[in-house]
Design a protein around this ligand. Structure first.
Ligand SMILES: [Zn+2]
Length: 240
């Protein structure tokens, strides 16, 4: 059994890179609410439009894109995230290619986050969305070595855009977490932000059974720790 360590550091800047509207709040909503409250500048990078995210046969891709973009804005506002960068890739068609790598390297060099959050691309315990896998692995590559080394994408570099070394990468949705962040006091913000994604998560409100289930999960994660609610990650630190 691997040991899960508590991570208590509050960085100045963090970036959350996610495939679809609502992924960020599911993965790390409590941590982001906490860090924003403590002064971390958090930037969201949303890779796809979420154009396939509906079970309603009368829904069109154009309509759902607009709905989900608004929902994402509202959810981010609840957590205190000030900026969302939308890359606009098509839902379900995210590839780990040079274009996506270049986009991510540029944003990491521009915003210089100490900590980056994304999907765990190596989850083996169940199905994972192709966009999640491809994005997770490209985020990992973009931190090491591409955004760090000046000979990768040298055309991006100028007075303001310099090579950047992020300190740590947090994966959510992992089989083997090694890190927990105490989100006690921010669990309600996570639920509230998720409740903004009405087109994706129905029936989530204060006191609902869905809320209770979510809180129970966060509580169970924290069962061996001296706090009530936690979010789990697999964290890797960048090499020198
Ligand atoms: Zn997703």
């Amino acid at each position: 059994m691997n040991k899960v360590k508590e991570f208590n550091f509050i960085p100045k800047k963090a970036m959350v890179i996610f495939a679809h509207p609502d992924d960020a709040e599911i993965g790390t909503g409590g941590t982001i609410a906490k860090w924003c409250n403590k002064g971390t500048e958090v930037v969201y990078v949303l890779a796809t439009t979420g154009s396939s995210g509906s079970n309603d046969p009368s829904m069109t891709s154009n309509k759902i894109v607009n709905i989900r973009s608004k929902e994402q804005d509202e959810a981010a506002k609840v957590l205190g995230v000030k900026e969302i960068i939308e890359l606009g890739y098509k839902d379900g068609e995210l590839e780990s290619n040079k274009q996506l790598l270049s986009d991510l390297v540029f944003l990491i060099r521009k915003f210089k986050p100490e900590s980056v959050f994304t999907h765990d691309p190596f989850r083996m315990s169940g199905f994972s969305h192709k966009d999640h896998r491809n994005l997770g692995i490209t985020v990992m590559d973009s931190i090491y070595p591409y955004s760090r080394d000046h000979l990768h994408f040298p055309e991006q570099l100028n007075e303001k855009i310099k090579p950047h070394k992020a300190k740590n990468l947090f994966f959510w949705g992992c089989d083997l977490p090694n890190t927990i962040i105490d989100v006690t006091g921010y669990e309600t913000k996570k639920i509230e932000s998720l409740s903004k994604h009405k087109s994706q998560i129905q029936g989530l409100s204060v006191g609902s059974s869905k809320e209770k289930g979510m809180l129970k999960r966060l509580h169970n994660y924290a069962s061996n720790h001296p706090f009530k609610y936690g979010e789990l990650f697999r964290m890797i630190e960048a090499r020198d």
